[in-house]
Ligand binder design. Structure first.
Ligand SMILES: [Zn+2]
Length: 116
């Protein structure tokens, strides 16, 4: 049993679809932020993607067909997604770091104020 398995993602993690949804709710390459993580009794992990279904509709587990929620939240199977870590985020972070270093160098020593 994998019922006690740890979730594959964490809340606020950015993820990208690695396949198309069976009925077209998402496409391969679509990006989402994980807002909540829900485990089905069969062990399968899903996440709340921030989109909503009609209130009261809920979602069913793809593996066991049992309802995993009965509320408005649209839940996607975690195994259809992978962590999204684009290189450009790293580049932007490095640019920000460089700017911070330049600013630090531009800082002049604070003027001494004499009280005479
Ligand atoms: Zn299930």
């Amino acid at each position: 049993m994998e019922n006690n398995s740890r979730p594959p993602f964490h809340v606020w993690q950015r993820v990208v679809a690695i396949k198309n949804h069976s009925t077209g709710l998402f496409k391969k390459g679509d990006e989402y932020t994980v807002l909540d993580l829900i485990q089905c009794l069969c062990g399968k992990w899903s996440f709340y993607c921030g989109r909503n279904v009609r209130q009261g509709t809920g979602m069913d587990c793809r593996v066991c067909n049992k309802a995993i929620n009965a509320d408005f939240r649209m839940l996607f199977a975690c195994d259809s997604f992978a962590p999204y870590n684009p290189p450009r985020h790293v580049e932007i972070a490095e640019d920000i770091l460089k700017m911070a270093i330049v600013e630090e160098r531009a800082d002049v020593a604070p003027e001494r104020v004499l009280n005479d």
